[in-house]
Design a protein around this ligand. Structure first.
Ligand code: HDD
Length: 730
């Protein structure tokens, strides 16, 4: 007999809130249920179609077959034109203090309100099935289900953008997407059309620095910053407006992987970021970010060297500090990828009273694009009725009909004014929560143009580059050398070199060296080909002022949070005959600090320790790869060490971990395994704690101290400094 079961997953990671409770009425769980048709008729045979005789033709009458195949034939919807590849989670947001002085948005004014959120992270260029580890910008879109309606903060993990005007967005995306004749390459900007476009668009210089930096290769979605990019407005109850830039600051710090590693992960586990987010939430290690705001009073609009409306500029934190005003915690995985993650519809125009727009021309164009794209993607104007998109407050919009309408609106009137229904639904006064647009004064001629205040294309690109640590700078040089190295047309490479020379002569020279080219001298006015037909080239020339700020610490990842190993993945390499104490002491210490530890052995099943203890193996060398871990430990035990030393996969594991600058530790008894690697002889002869913390390789007989130093090392994430001086083949 079919039995009714609760459709709530019993995992401790499941957390309820207003939104998830509302979603519950749409959830179906087939546990213990009979199979039915779409119309509720119980199905007796789902294995065979209805035929005229045993071997006969299938009958048109078979409604069960027809219904099943028809639904299957219609299962796909268009993927997002950008940000197609993504993953999402539910959570909550809470403000720390009452912000009513600067905004009347209720969810930011009351510290007792817990606002449900749904957050989707994504890459931009790749299609739905592409690798998580592409070198790309990451989307960071947050839907706040507030008591005043939905507010969507649709941002990226980089604070600026490639273009200044939305009219160039289709060009940018056409250039970066696979080339139209052969649909190659997938999820990669390293091809001619992208750099052809970029090389003629100096306004992209700043964003290119970010996109070529380690920010484009996050270790985890949980270790990325997020940015609203545009300057928005906060408006308080008195109608006073302040400009605001939104930030998300991850509590695990901002960390990345190496490019070679990213390429390997794309093969070993293309779902790496998706899995990482899912696993952390399932394990109860809930990802957290603080919401930050930079506030600029209206009267300071023109006090900066750049235009606040220009989306290729950030406000350095040295000029306007980021105030941390609240915390977001992701605490529940979706029940169904398609229904939630795929069907969620974000829109920069979803704002609530207290939050408003500015005239940033990129923002203004986005205000059109997002609804428009949902119409084609989700199939009609009722996409707001899809469960994940519904606000937690009632909707009374006087709209009717359209494909897939779900709401059954009662009554005769869907217009206003109406007398029949006493003008219901009523308009809300501002004090009743009605949205009133900010009363910005506009006094201007209609003109198709770019403001001169948008023409400094290089000073912040240089500020970003100069703010990077040496390893970060090297990574930018390598990334550009790789990307432009994949470009076939020499003139595109040369134009890029000229652009790079405007940012930093050394950077341009190093990339030129890698490309075997010289930097051409192209005057600033020749660099920009993004000019109207009647435009005068000189008038569209970029400016390149020095910029008064030499460096901004916040732009580098070097100074990020490095004192936690929460959720870091550590591999312990072992075989039969391992010293169980050496293994367990380190393993337990790591787990106590919140790390995830896997024992990797030549084969799956159990290994037997020196002292005859059975130890469960998590992965074999066949299924695991060093690129999927943050650190490696090799415990002692004579036979285990001898096996690992002779096991090419174990030695490769260590070599690769070293190449990618990860923390490596070994019990002194396991020294000979390390001696079989390429890197061991490259380490400095004199070794001290300082050397360990610089080089990230530790060998010790004192397991207790080894464990605590190893934890310190893993917290540092990567030892980028050793990357170039100690290059090894792996
Ligand atoms: Fe966009 C999706 C972020 C400029 C047009 N965008 C999309 C997503 C993110 C961003 C995170 C994925 C949302 C999700 O997970 O469903 N987009 C940005 C940022 C931009 C930006 C930070 C610049 C500051 N976008 C931008 C412009 C346009 C668009 C200038 C068009 C004129 N974006 C879209 C879109 C998408 C989209 C075509 C595709 C799928 C969707 O909207 O829902 O409308």
């Amino acid at each position: 007999m079919a039995k009714k079961t609760s459709n709530k997953n019993s995992s401790p990671a499941q957390q309820e809130n207003d939104k998830t409770n509302k979603l519950e009425s749409f959830v179906a769980d087939s546990t213990g249920q009979f199979m039915t048709t779409n119309h509720g008729v119980k199905i007796n045979d789902d294995q065979n179609s209805l035929k005229a005789g045993d071997r006969g033709a299938t009958l048109l009458e078979d409604f069960i077959l027809r219904e099943k195949i028809t639904h299957f034939d219609h299962e796909r919807i268009p993927e997002r034109v950008v940000h197609a590849r993504g993953s999402a989670a539910h959570g909550v947001f809470k403000v720390y203090d009452d912000l009513s002085e600067i905004t009347k948005a209720a969810f930011l004014c009351d510290t007792s309100i817990e606002t449900p959120v749904f957050v989707r992270f994504s890459t931009v260029a790749g299609s739905r099935g592409s690798s998580d580890l592409a070198r790309d910008v990451r989307g960071f879109a947050v839907k706040f289900y507030t008591q005043e309606g939905n507010f969507d903060l649709v941002g990226n993990n980089m604070p600026v953008f490639f273009i200044q005007d939305a009219i160039k967005f289709p060009d940018l995306i056409h250039a970066v997407k696979p080339e139209p004749d052969n649909e190659m390459p997938q999820a990669a900007s390293a091809h001619d059309t992208f750099w052809d476009f970029i090389s003629q668009l100096p306004e992209s210089a700043h964003m290119i620095m970010w996109a070529m930096s380690d920010r484009a290769l996050p270790r985890s979605y949980r270790m990325m910053e997020g940015f609203g990019v545009h300057t928005f407005r906060f408006v308080n109850a008195q109608g006073v407006s302040n400009f605001v830039k939104f930030h998300w600051k991850p509590l695990l710090g901002v960390h990345s992987v190496a490019w070679d590693e990213a390429q390997n992960i794309s093969g070993k586990d293309p779902d790496f970021h998706r899995r990482d987010l899912w696993d952390a939430i399932e394990a109860g290690a809930f990802p957290e970010w603080e919401l930050g705001v930079q506030i600029v009073p209206e009267e300071d609009e023109f006090k900066f060297e750049f235009d606040l409306l220009d989306p290729t500029k950030l406000i350095p934190e040295e000029l306007v500090p980021v105030q941390r005003v609240g915390k977001m915690t992701l605490n529940r995985n979706p029940d169904n990828f398609f229904s939630e993650t795929e069907q969620v519809a974000f829109h920069i125009g979803h704002v609530v009273p207290g939050i408003d727009f500015t005239n940033d021309p990129l923002l203004q164009g986005r205000l059109f694009s997002y609804t428009d794209t949902q119409l084609i993607r989700l199939g009609g104007p009722n996409f707001h009725e899809i469960p994940i998109n519904r606000p937690v407050v009632p909707v009374h919009n006087n709209q009717r009909d359209g494909y897939m309408r779900q709401t059954i609106n009662r009554g005769k009137t869907s217009y206003g004014p109406n007398a029949i229904a006493a003008n219901d639904p009523q308009q809300a006064k501002a004090k009743e929560g009605g949205f009133v647009s900010y009363n910005e004064r506009i006094d201007a001629k209609k003109i198709r143009a770019r403001s001169r205040s948008f023409f400094d294309h290089f000073s912040q690109a240089r500020l970003f580059f100069n703010s990077q640590s040496d390893p970060e700078k090297n990574h930018i040089t390598d990334a550009l050398s790789f990307e432009l190295g994949k470009v076939k047309a020499v003139e595109i490479r040369e134009r890029m070199l000229a652009l790079l020379a405007e940012i930093d002569k050394n950077l341009a020279a190093e990339v030129a060296y890698a490309l075997g080219l010289h930097i051409p001298k192209i005057p600033l006015k020749e660099l920009n080909n993004s000019i109207p037909a009647d435009g005068d080239r000189s008038e569209y020339a970029s400016t390149n002022p020095e910029g008064s700020l030499a460096k901004s610490e916040a732009l580098s990842m070097a100074g990020t949070i490095k004192d936690t190993i929460q959720t870091r993945k550590v591999a312990i390499l072992a075989a039969d005959g391992v010293d169980e104490k050496s293994l367990s002491k380190v393993k337990d210490a790591l787990i106590t600090e919140g790390a995830v530890v896997h024992i990797i052995a030549p084969k799956l099943g159990k290994i037997i320790s020196e002292g005859n203890v059975q130890i469960t193996v998590d992965e074999s060398f066949l299924t695991a790869a060093s690129v999927l871990y943050d650190a490696v430990y090799v415990p002692g035990g004579g036979n285990s060490v001898a096996t690992l030393e002779a096991e090419a996969n174990a030695v490769h594991f260590l070599n690769e971990a070293f190449k990618h600058c990860k923390a490596i530790a070994a019990d002194e008894q396991a020294l000979q395994v390390l001696e079989s690697t390429y890197f061991y002889k490259k380490l400095p002869a004199e070794y001290s704690k300082e050397t360990v913390l610089r080089e990230g390789v530790l060998v010790s007989a004192d397991i207790k101290n080894l464990a605590s130093t190893f934890i310190e090392m893993i917290g540092m994430h990567r030892f980028w400094e050793r990357e170039n001086p100690r290059k090894i083949p792996a």
